[in-house]
Design a protein around this ligand. Structure first.
Ligand code: HEC
Length: 326
């Protein structure tokens, strides 16, 4: 009899006996997995539409006409970008001054966060391990329930705009707390779901239902895994997708574990390689993209730190991160 065929009660009994002290996710020896350092920075109101407009962001033309992606120009600059955006003051460059992109700065907030990121898999589950130092964070009182949230965004090749821009593809001028929101509570969305996209974002007019259904069937979406953290309390894992809006998937497909106090965290998110139900089915040898966000100091919505997009290979491949088989 294979293990699969065991009646559930029997399996649960065995599991209780054999594995109670050692859940699968605790099995990864992170010391044996190579990590990569990245810097997350505070992006203010730099939306997708802002970044694609040359008068707002001077790399827009090279992005549009030369195929240069955001990461190619900006990786390595994050620790300089964040601190000048977060103050809410005009930004100063070699080429001159640019207007503030943060109308409601949080006093004393650090501009960037360094992190070390590792991935692994065990044939059934994908694991992400993020260690970071959030620094001294003022309490923004936007999200009383969570002091800190770490979110990993997974970008399949089918989410074309996001493969070039990472999280910016989901961050629009008219989302809640962004310049053209006009009080609306719009969450993240992918540009292709909108009937029309202008400098002000895509509004609420969607493409016809049959086109949306086809896009969805073709895997045009983003997936995110989030750990919600409070010192001294168990971490909470959240899963969600982004298509025409951000939507939590319940029950959560991922679990979160965290250690840390005083702003130094080590967080592990674990979830199925093939979550089913509209989630990404990660395949060995395939490459995806990932980007990371951290909300620190009880912040919500756009008041987070973000990374540029990185590549992720499952098992093996040439990528920024390889989720090695353990
Ligand atoms: C060809 C290089 C290039 C590309 C590609 C590029 N940028 Fe930029 N970016 C710049 C330059 C140069 C600046 C400095 C400000 C300016 O001149 O607009 C800048 C500024 C920024 C800033 C503000 C930095 C600060 O310190 O205030 C953000 C945020 C930003 N870019 C995001 C993006 C995003 C998102 C993308 C992809 C859609 C992107 N950039 C693509 C060159 C580039």
């Amino acid at each position: 009899m294979t293990r699969k065929a065991l009646p559930f009660a029997m399996l649960a009994g065995c599991a209780g006996l054999l594995f109670a002290a050692a859940p699968a996710r605790a099995a990864i020896d992170w010391g044996s997995v190579p990590g990569k350092s990245i810097v997350l920075f505070y992006p203010g109101q730099s939306s997708y539409e802002w970044a694609l407009t040359e008068s707002s962001m001077s790399g827009a033309k090279a992005f549009r006409t030369e195929g240069k992606n955001c990461d190619t120009c900006h990786i390595g600059e994050e620790k300089d970008m964040g601190p000048q955006i977060v103050t809410g003051q005009p930004r100063v460059f070699k080429t001159g001054e640019k207007p503030s992109i943060e109308p409601t700065p949080i006093a004393g907030k650090p501009g960037s966060i360094p992190a070390t990121v590792k991935f692994a898999n065990d044939g059934k589950n994908l694991f992400v391990h993020v260690e970071f130092q959030e620094g001294s964070q003022p309490d923004a009182k936007q999200d009383p329930a969570s002091a800190t949230k770490v979110t990993v965004m997974f970008i399949p090749k089918t989410a074309k705009e996001a493969t070039r821009t990472g999280c910016w593809a989901a961050c629009h001028e008219d989302a809640a707390t962004m310049p053209a929101a006009g009080g609306a509570e719009r969450t993240k969305y992918l540009p292709g779901t909108r009937a029309k996209l202008t400098r002000q974002g895509g509004g609420d007019a969607l493409k016809p239902a049959d086109e949306l259904a086809k896009m969805k069937a073709d895997g045009y979406m983003l997936e995110y895994w989030q750990a919600r953290l409070n010192a001294g309390k168990p971490a909470v894992g959240i899963t969600g997708t982004i298509f025409d809006k951000r939507q939590e998937v319940t029950p959560s497909q991922v679990t979160a574990e965290a250690t840390g106090t005083g702003g130094n965290w080590a967080v592990t998110l674990s979830g199925p390689l093939n979550g089913g139900g509209g989630m990404i089915a990660f395949q060995p040898g395939q490459t995806y993209q990932v980007a990371i966000a951290i909300h620190a100091g009880h912040t919500a919505r756009r008041f987070h730190y973000v990374s540029y997009e990185r590549t992720l290979a499952i098992d093996s491949g040439s990528a920024d991160f390889v989720a090695v088989k353990k």
